[in-house]
Design a protein around this ligand. Structure first.
Ligand code: C2E
Ligand code: CA
Ligand code: CA
Length: 640
């Protein structure tokens, strides 16, 4: 056991031991303590030197990894011991009592030292003592002379004590070796632990924990260093940032839980790592449901074709226990070139994906059209901040009509913006206002203006309602409820005539928060409409739990209702289910009499559209209701 360590301990004492051997043997022969120095003693001395040289040769020339090295040392010890033991036998006849006593004392002294110094190899320690001390002691014990017998008995006793002491030293050495090994292995395992933790921390810093892909920072750093190492100079060299968006990921999480969402992200992360390996791309996790892929290849490879290929790999089924889903994706890409920073390139890829999503195009490239559009949006944003409180913004009102009686039951308030004499669609500027936080100021103006109009109308016709569009960003604002309460106390209107319209897509943002705000709104007595119903993914169960009052079936279902059987059955089923939970139904964008006739057959409650009226100015809305201009002028004027 512990052969290597024992060898180390043994070897560490060897040179000292050999030196002591040489010194004592030389003194023994040359010091004159024995009566004469004969040739035979010098020959013996040479024998000791030879034994010492053999031992040193083993020490220096036999490699430490030789499994027999300790055995060779043992043989060296045996040789030395026999050489020493031969001394009294060879010269015993010449010794008087003094020489005999000196010899046994020197032997006992040497064995005393060796008992400890050789203890790493117990065979050697015991053999050296036994061979040097015991035989000569027995010779003395068997002598006729009483003094010699006493010396012999004493040296036997001393020899036994030395053997016992060697055993104890050996035990001590073994336990020291074992302790040292334990400490060594503890230090090693600590070092390993520190190494693996450092590795984990580095990984955490560089990688996304759910997907195992690079995070944003390390991705950008890696792409930058790659670009510096391989600049793209040839004219045909093409590189691209590709934004990959998992469609309807929020819905997936709300339906099956965030744990499942993480599982899907993890699977897609693995697929992207395979793609990295296969195509030399660099993938990273960018945000909740978005990934970025850096495509570094040149040589006229079509990026669109490449994306089609990877879409094949990414859109394979994802199975989790018995649940099987098939992810689908939208891709936006930006071809790198010029002075564009990497973050801007990623942003352009992201905007391309958004544009593609809006236009229902799976793979969308950042082109001149999108560039112009973004520039125009920038201009709109800059203009919007300067004109927000002016007459450039105003409200128009579109009647909501009872399908059965064809009477106006209310209006939807719609904002208008005239920029340098040209009309800008709210579809274009509302998203910009939302993006830059201007929607709060716009929303306040819309609410105030619409409530003012409702107040004026209700003074004549108390049953007419006003539907007001509220952006989900407004809903999520912590001051929204307080602001609404304040307006309700300010305007003398029937609260049940106020309908707040929130789009169905808002429900996939933060349903919990939305349901809290909605319940507070309902407590005030205000009604809730779900706008653009059918474009989001909410279920009738969600409508029931949110306690909504109206759904507005999106225009896309009405457009083709006369020709598309599927649209007809959707509208009919939605109406039936809504009625079952006490929710009234409004059809949007009705332009044809034939559409209205069908809606009437499906028991749709209200409709809104160009068939009855386009959105009109406030005065025209009054005229539509039969309120005379004189009556209307009695109340506050139009505009904000
Ligand atoms: P929306 O709430 O779905 O409004 C209905 C849109 O359809 C209006 O467009 C309206 O003019 C149009 N429309 C109504 N009937 C017909 C029809 O028969 N045929 C056609 N082709 N269109 C019809 P508009 O006013 O351009 O508004 C677009 C969107 O802008 C609105 O969609 C709404 O989401 C948003 N919006 C408008 N005003 C406001 C507002 O004051 N606040 C907020 N947050 N959003 C608003
Ligand atoms: Ca609306
Ligand atoms: Ca709508």
């Amino acid at each position: 056991m512990y052969r290597q360590q024992r060898l180390e301990a043994f070897s560490s004492n060897l040179c000292f031991l050999v030196s002591v051997n040489v010194a004592i043997a030389t003194l023994l022969v040359l010091s004159g303590i024995y009566s004469d120095i004969g040739t035979d003693k010098l020959v013996w001395l040479m024998g000791i030197y030879l034994a010492c040289m053999v031992r040193l040769s083993v020490h220096f020339f036999v490699p430490n990894n030789n499994p027999y090295k300790l055995d060779f040392h043992f043989m060296g010890v045996l040789l030395a011991a026999v050489a020493w033991a031969s001394f009294p036998y060879l010269f015993h006849g010449e010794f008087g009592l003094r020489e005999k006593a000196i010899t046994i004392i020197i032997f006992c002294g040497m064995s005393g030292g060796s008992a400890t110094l050789l203890a790493a190899d117990i065979r050697s320690a015991i053999a050296f003592t036994s061979i040097t001390v015991f035989p000569y002691s027995f010779v003395l014990v068997s002598a006729d002379n009483y003094d010699e017998r006493v010396i012999g008995v004493m040296s036997i006793g001393y020899g036994v004590a030395l053997c016992l002491s060697s055993l104890r030293s050996c035990k001590f050495i073994m336990s020291s070796i074992s302790d040292r090994l334990k400490v060594d292995s503890l230090v090693k395992s600590l070092e390993h632990e520190v190494e693996s933790r450092t590795e984990k921390i580095t990984l955490l810093e560089q990688k996304d924990s759910v997907t195992g892909l690079l995070n944003r920072t390390s991705f950008l750093a890696m792409v930058k260093s790659l670009q510096e190492a391989h600049p793209c100079e040839a004219p045909e060299c093409r590189r691209a940032m590709i934004y990959i968006h998992i469609s309807k990921f929020q819905l997936l999480c709300s339906n099956y839980g965030h744990g499942y969402g993480d599982y899907v992200l993890n699977v897609i992360g693995k697929r992207l790592l395979n793609i990295d390996e296969r195509y030399n791309t660099i993938a990273s996790k960018w945000n909740g449901s978005g990934f970025i892929l850096y495509f570094p290849h040149g040589n006229n490879v079509s990026i669109t074709r490449f994306i089609e290929n990877i879409d094949h790999l990414l859109s394979r089924e994802v199975q989790y226990l018995s649940l099987i889903t098939t992810p689908s994706f939208h891709y936006g890409f930006y071809e790198l070139g010029g002075e564009m920073t990497l973050s801007n390139a990623v942003n352009n890829a992201y905007l391309s994906m958004l544009e593609g999503k809006k236009k229902n195009i799976k793979i969308y490239s950042f082109d001149q059209g999108l560039k112009d559009k973004l520039q125009w949006q920038e201009e709109l944003h800059a203009k919007m901040t300067t004109v927000i409180n002016t007459d450039d913004f105003y409200m128009v009102y579109q009647p909501i009509v009872d399908v059965t009686t064809n009477n106006v039951s209310g209006f939807e308030a719609l904002i208008r913006w005239e920029l340098d004499g040209k009309f800008v669609s709210p579809d274009d500027f509302i998203p910009i206002a939302e993006q830059h936080g201007l929607i709060f100021s716009i929303g306040k103006l819309v609410l105030r203006s619409s409530l003012q109009t409702l107040h004026e109308i209700n003074q004549h016709l108390p049953h007419i309602s006003m539907s007001i569009n509220v952006s989900v960003i407004q809903f999520e604002n912590e001051h929204f409820l307080d602001h609404l309460r304040k307006l309700l106390s300010e305007f003398d209107v029937r609260v049940e005539n106020i309908h707040l319209e929130v789009t169905e897509t808002a429900m996939i943002r933060d349903l919990e928060k939305l349901s809290y705000v909605m319940s507070e709104i309902k407590k005030m007595g205000v009604k809730i409409s779900i706008d653009d119903f059918g474009t989001g993914f909410s279920s009738i169960a969600v409508l029931k739990s949110l306690n909504v009052d109206y759904i507005k079936i999106d225009k896309t279902y009405i457009d083709d209702i006369c020709h598309d059987e599927k649209d007809r059955s959707i509208v009919s089923a939605l109406t039936k289910m809504s009625h079952a939970i006490d929710v009234k139904v409004i059809a949007e964008g009705v332009e044809e009499q034939s559409q209205k006739a069908l809606l009437s057959g499906y028991d749709v409650d209200f409709y809104q559209g160009y068939l009855f009226s386009k959105p009109v100015q406030k005065d025209d809305a009054f005229t539509l209701l039969g309120i005379k201009p004189d009556d209307a002028s009695a109340v506050v004027n139009s505009g904000w």
